[in-house]
Design a protein. Structure first.
Length: 341
């Protein structure tokens, strides 16, 4: 592709590269300034996301995670359930899926009915493959104009958000069967999500943002991308997109990550799902990651800050308040045991 522009144009047209993301990785990695590829990928991602969005037809104001809480009340759980059910009911999804959410006698022997093929043309699996190629290209684009890199990253984040919403479609099947095959993608539930279907649904919902980020993590991660990630993170207004990028910063930890997450914790409401999810992600990194002592101290401080924010509701918990709050916390230990050989 680098030596033959006609072949490059051929592979970049009609999303032919989607089945071979490694070609994009090789093409953009040669001189790390393939802005032509980034522009094509950005446009293709936008079209693919728009197709999925239009075919699903979920309400644009659907905001499940802002309703979720650290310690949810019965009212909050009912409100979340209602929001999901109404979103699915008002969507363009087939009746088989709507019936499963509404529990109106859907035939459990036919969980993968042809009705779920609503996204069969340029759909979920296509979006995921194009997202892989775009992530690899962005990681390799050190010398591309910052505006082009920023535009592609912002579109990648919109695709993360769309994938998170689409995963609502497989929620009932995952909660009931533990496995769901949807439009070329197979999803398997691992771990204990509770004895009842409603508990499993809420447990799966909590894991969706982190799973979406982990799908892109290996394709996108690069320390050189740190300034771009943090700059976009600081400017992002969408609650779910910002949260998913926060999870990526915790996983990657580029220079300046701790200050960005500290500001995010300060701006996040107490008792919110977003605060709980950040707290759990930090605990996981503390428990399993190979990190320097300095980074470990940053993680510990952020864990303590998150739990203090949840307990006190202080806008920006400082060191003094954190030290005063920690002795009063009982039950689940704030810091898990380190499990790094």
């Amino acid at each position: 592709m680098h030596h033959d522009q006609n072949f490059a144009n051929f592979m970049l047209s009609d999303r032919r590269y989607a089945n071979h993301p490694e070609l994009i990785e090789f093409y953009t990695g040669i001189d790390r300034q393939r802005e032509d590829a980034l522009n094509v990928l950005k446009a293709d991602l936008e079209r693919c996301r728009s197709e999925v969005e239009q075919k699903c037809g979920f309400p644009k104001n659907m905001d499940i995670y802002s309703l979720a809480q650290w310690n949810p009340s019965e009212g909050a759980l009912e409100q979340m359930t209602t929001e999901i059910e109404e979103g699915v009911r008002d969507s363009n999804l087939p009746s088989e899926i709507k019936d499963r959410f509404a529990d109106q006698g859907y035939d459990l022997a036919r969980p993968y009915n042809q009705g779920v093929s609503i996204l069969s043309d340029h759909s979920l699996i296509y979006l995921m493959q194009t997202l892989r190629a775009a992530s690899k290209a962005l990681r390799n684009s050190d010398y591309v104009e910052p505006s082009a890199k920023r535009a592609l990253l912002e579109e990648i984040m919109r695709c993360w958000e769309q994938l998170s919403i689409v995963l609502l479609v497989v929620l009932p099947v995952l909660a009931d069967k533990g496995e769901a095959f949807f439009d070329g993608a197979n999803f398997v539930l691992e771990g204990d999500f509770g004895p009842t279907a409603s508990q499993r649904v809420m447990g799966i919902l909590a894991e969706i943002p982190g799973n979406v980020i982990r799908w892109s993590r290996d394709d996108l991660l690069s320390q050189k991308m740190g300034p771009l990630l943090i700059d976009v993170f600081n400017q992002e207004q969408g609650s779910l997109r910002k949260h998913e990028l926060a999870l990526l910063l915790i996983l990657q930890r580029p220079r300046g990550w701790a200050a960005a997450i500290q500001a995010y914790i300060s701006a996040t409401q107490k008792n919110s799902f977003f605060l709980l999810n950040i707290y759990r992600s930090l605990r996981t990194e503390y428990r399993f990651s190979y990190v320097s002592n300095a980074t470990l101290k940053e993680i510990v401080h952020l864990i303590r800050m998150a739990i203090t924010k949840h307990v006190t509701g202080a806008k920006e918990p400082g060191v003094d308040l954190i030290e005063k709050t920690m002795p009063r916390i009982s039950g689940d230990p704030v810091l898990p045991p380190r499990e790094v050989p």
